[in-house]
Ligand binder design. Sequence first.
Ligand code: GSH
Length: 333
Amino acid sequence: MPPSPLLVRVARGAWQWQWQQLMGGLGPADSEGNYRRPEGAFAALPAVPADAAEPEAHVLVVGRSCPWAHRAWLVWSLRQLAASITLVVVEPDPAAGRWRFSEAFLGCETLQELYTQCGAAAGTRATVPVLVSRKSRQIVVGESARLIELLNHWPSPAGPDLEPPAQRQATQHWRELLQGRVNDGVYRCGFARSQAAYDRAETALFDALGEADALLQQHGGDGWLSGPELSLADVQLFPTLIRLELVYAPLFGVSRRPLWQLPGLWRWRSRFHGLPGVAATCWPEAWRRDYFGALFPLHPSGIVPAGPPLATLVGEPPARPNRPDANHDRFEP
Ligand SMILES: N[C@@H](CCC(=O)N[C@@H](CS)C(=O)NCC(=O)O)C(=O)O
């Protein structure tokens, strides 16, 4: 027998209330339901440390699924900083809601312990990415937007300058636009607590992607987001776009335009993925496992869906139907 309409109404109301409480655990929202990312600690841009070139003097802590960590990992990789900065990958512990070292690191089992050991105030969120000085046991910087600037100034044997002087203004423009509307924008969609909040974030996201796509199409398959040379703007865009079909479209509801409908961005993503060292920073299984497994209020079953193989998301865009007028939705027995 189907449940009575009254029971359905009560259950719905109770679930909605509980859902709002659970969403509060993912992040704060304003009174209109817009997601508001909390400020991070250790957010200032420091000077390049005097011992920056010393072998293994610094440690960059990243998590595979975190897009903010991914951008730092990319700069570390593109600028070949492995000799002076050791990369340490932490694993999520979703039950405890924290990051854990695979093996004890500087005497710490969890990232929270490392933050405390480095003098972080009680209650500080222990987030990745974070750059730590091994010698002084201090956090150098813990905010990804500043961290990638610092890594770009870090002494490097061969790495490119990701803030090319001739493109400075355009790089700055794109970085600011991407940070809010795209990088955080997908979270503003996924963590929205009202339809209006979601609609605002989703429109801003796809407007920004449309703008980037138009520009890249004008470049005709050459060049990068802020000009002929690769820049930090490209670095910021990649972690969000490479997760689009794998995680953000199905989980955060950002599926209005699949990327193959934005061919400038599709080709840009393939070229970026093909840069030396980039593929080794991509972990689609870990991304899906962590996002679908950990974000309980968005996906209570915890079932990790299959996703398209990464290899199908790079290379030439999928062939379009060769008869544009064909009615593919028509049911023809
Ligand atoms: N503002 C930070 C945000 C980083 C961030 O939110 N990292 C998440 C993983 S994607 C994290 O470590 N969260 C752990 C926590 O909040 O306790 C940045 O961009 O560096």
